[in-house]
Design a protein around this ligand. Structure first.
Ligand code: TMP
Length: 394
């Protein structure tokens, strides 16, 4: 049974960066639910994929050093640990992972045309398609069974998870390994990062919910790693149940016990989270109003999808955060979805004009604070809402 626990209000499509601000853009109700039976947390509204994953999709995995490093490290691990003829990546984005491999070793699947083209042009075989059973059939016919399937921050974006895993199971060889990674629900609740929720994140996975889901498909998690990416993610190593060659590691039990200890399986946990989110909103608004009252200016650092949830939920307008900056070409000179706040191109000296920088990309806090050390030293203050609204002084 799906039980409601939080309303994040009317939200625009998170990655819909518009050239000019329109008051009447598409908005939907962002409401969160907990399934008491299978322990899955999801949003209620399903936006058609075609509306979200357009031919001009603005999110690029390669835009941060942190993500590039994470994918590079993973590529080394995969080469060392697993035997495979080919790796299939579902949601290959701009190739942050696959470009670490030889061209004949990888196959990308990416529904956004502008991203698929980036890797195709570099000579990497990329199917500009949605992941589904039809595509799995086509791939099996052409390439045979696959020994290693990888997917990061993609499966939580697909509404029909049963179709997702049925298709994977069909294509994966019996001795094959599926690796998925996505933001961790436990970390999200602990950090009060309600901004992990937006229209594209239909689900937020816990190990417990993934375990339940996989058991319907004769798949099981045999290892889990905690990652620091995207504010705390889990990397799940999955195999077919009938494959007894790979041993189940203690990490799986440990993670599930940790989640249960925290109460990830209890509705009450989400009611408390909901109260904390409301407190976070009040406190952030209070801080921003104070800053304004004192005649200081705030810029948003990183026009992330997460920041879209924050500014729309808290109703932060340009009187409180005058602009955002970002390095992504697809976002520059456009407006934060739902708000009349313009995104400016990141330049070295742009921060000089501001007193505070609100960390829209709080998940890259370390990278950003390091990059901006000079101006941070000179007096720029950072502002974050994670885990609680606070000012970060040098
Ligand atoms: P994400 O939090 O959804 O991964 O998005 C990160 C966004 O932040 C992306 O649009 C790139 C942007 N960004 C910068 O503009 N400068 C930076 O130094 C970093 C790390 C990210």
């Amino acid at each position: 049974m799906n039980k409601f626990f939080l309303n994040l209000g009317k939200q625009p499509l998170a990655n819909n960066y518009l050239k000019s601000f329109k008051q009447n853009q598409i908005r939907y109700n962002l409401r969160l639910f907990f399934n008491t039976r299978n322990k899955m947390v999801s949003i209620s509204k399903r936006i058609p994929s075609e509306k979200m994953f357009t031919n001009n999709y603005p999110y690029r995995s390669s835009m941060s050093k942190t993500m590039r490093n994470s994918f590079y490290k993973l590529s080394l691990e995969l080469k060392k640990k697993f035997i495979f003829k080919k790796i299939l990546e579902i949601g290959s984005n701009d190739g942050a992972l696959i470009t670490n491999f030889k061209k004949n070793e990888v196959i990308g699947v990416e529904p956004c045309k502008n991203l698929a083209q980036i890797t195709s042009k570099k000579g990497y075989l990329t199917y500009n398609k949605y992941w589904n059973y039809e595509l799995a059939k086509k791939l099996k016919k052409k390439h045979g069974e696959i020994d290693l399937i990888y997917s990061a921050n993609t499966l939580t974006h697909i509404s029909n998870l049963n179709d997702v895993f049925k298709s994977i199971n069909y294509l994966l060889s019996d001795k094959g390994v599926l690796i998925i990674e996505d933001p961790s629900l436990l970390e999200c609740i602990k950090k009060n990062s309600y901004d992990q929720f937006y229209n594209e994140h239909i689900y937020l996975f816990s190990a417990l919910a993934v375990k339940n889901l996989l058991s319907n498909h004769k798949l099981e998690i045999f290892d889990i790693k905690n990652l620091s990416t995207h504010g705390g993610s889990l990397r799940y190593y999955i195999k077919k149940k009938k494959n007894k060659n790979l041993k189940n590691k203690i990490s799986v039990k440990k993670q599930i016990n940790k989640e249960k200890k925290f109460g990830i399986h209890k509705y009450k946990t989400y009611k408390i989270f909901s109260q904390n989110v409301k407190k976070s909103k009040d406190s952030l608004l209070k801080m921003l109003r104070n800053i304004k009252k004192n005649g200081n200016k705030v810029i948003g650092y990183g026009a992330t999808a997460k920041a879209v949830t924050v500014v729309n939920y808290c109703n932060i307008n340009k009187n409180l955060i005058s602009n955002f900056i970002d390095t992504t070409p697809e976002k520059i000179n456009k407006y934060i979805p739902g708000k009349n706040i313009k995104i400016l191109k990141y330049k070295n000296n742009i921060l000089k004009k501001y007193d505070y920088a609100f960390l829209g990309a709080w998940n890259f806090k370390k990278e950003i604070l390091n990059k901006e050390k000079k101006i941070f030293k000179k007096g720029l203050k950072f502002l974050t809402h994670i885990p609680k609204p606070k000012i970060i002084y040098y």
